[in-house]
Design a protein around this ligand. Structure first.
Ligand SMILES: Nc1ncnc2c1ncn2[C@@H]1O[C@H](COP(=O)(O)OP(=O)(O)OP(=O)(O)O)[C@@H](O)[C@H]1O
Length: 297
């Protein structure tokens, strides 16, 4: 769906993207991650042809990026752009027409989405009279209304309460099930774990990591196990114990170069092993680890 080769962009002396390569396959949710100032928005703006890269290539569906591709993309920018004085219905109609829908098609789609997100009663409200979350929904609908095959969502959950964030999450998954490719830029790592098939991490203008969630998780494994023992047959080293609950002892131990079976055998000398599970770091922990390790090295 999208291929980026050796993309570079500088603002004066400030390098925002350095030789970034990226491949986003069709029908996936692709997480674009990175700390503040990493270069994510710059990359998204180049894909959306708002700004040009200095060098490198961007392909959409195998073709070099061109103005005709704009209508293939639905872009939800981080800074939302709604017209405060417009009514909800008119605003949506405006965006739908801008994206090339006929007036009758646009009306059908707007009705469909207003019903789907339970917003029918807001259709004649002015944008300035909406809450932040309501306006966010209007913006989300305006982004997806023309059924673009590629959606680029920059922090789509900001401003939403947990219930509405869940609704938007489900909508994203539904769009994916219908074949839409989604690029999701967010700092919310729990959404990344829930939604993304693949991720790329950018730090200080460079791509430092990419792959499926499973691949990324296998890169950084601290090799620590979470253990629960009960029916003790001998005393546990006191420094191990984190929690005791009615004769059940929980703690974590690093492998420290051992094979997991060796550690398990050792633990069996102390009693019944009820839990022996590798602690897989969350995306949040991986993110922090990767950013710190590229900064230190
Ligand atoms: N219009 C601009 N003029 C000058 N420098 C810019 C401009 N836009 C971005 N930059 C710089 O380029 C770098 C990358 O910024 P960018 O906005 O792409 O980061 P980001 O990853 O989207 O960050 P955030 O998560 O904070 O939104 C930063 O150092 C930023 O200061």
């Amino acid at each position: 769906m999208l291929k980026i080769e050796k993309l570079n962009k500088s603002y004066g002396a400030n390098k925002a993207l350095s030789d970034v390569d990226l491949t986003v396959s069709e029908g996936l949710v692709f997480g674009l991650l990175g700390p503040n100032g990493a270069g994510k928005t710059t990359l998204i703006r180049i894909i959306n042809q708002i700004i040009d890269g200095d060098s490198g290539k961007v392909y959409i569906g195998g073709e070099l990026l061109a103005p005709k591709h704009i209508e293939l993309i639905g872009y939800l920018p981080e800074e939302r752009g709604l017209y405060k004085k417009m009514k909800v219905w008119d605003q949506m109609l405006y965006f739908a027409r801008l994206k090339g829908l006929s007036s009758s098609d646009a009306r059908i789609k707007i009705k469909y989405w207003l019903e789907k997100l339970e917003m029918e009663t807001w259709r004649d409200k002015k944008i300035e009279d909406l809450s932040k979350g309501m306006a966010q929904k209007v913006q989300f609908i305006s982004t997806v209304i023309h059924n673009p095959p590629l959606l680029i969502l920059d922090e789509p959950f900001s401003g939403f309460d947990p219930v509405n964030a869940e609704i938007i999450k489900d909508e994203i998954l539904e769009l994916k099930a219908k074949g839409t490719t989604v690029i999701l830029s967010t700092h919310r790592m729990e959404s990344v774990e829930l939604l993304c098939d693949q991720v790329a991490m950018i730090n200080r203008s460079k791509k430092i990591l990419d792959g499926t969630i499973k691949q990324v998780k296998s890169i950084y494994r601290p090799e620590v196990y979470s253990i629960t023992l009960d029916q003790l047959t001998r005393d546990l080293p006191t420094e191990w114990i984190l929690k005791e609950d009615e004769g059940s002892y929980s703690f974590t131990l690093p492998l420290s170069g051992k094979h997991p079976n060796e550690l398990l055998n050792e633990l069996m000398q102390y009693g019944q092993v009820n839990r022996f599970q590798e602690l897989i770091p969350s995306m949040e922990e991986i993110f922090i680890h990767q950013v710190k390790s590229t900064e230190n090295g």
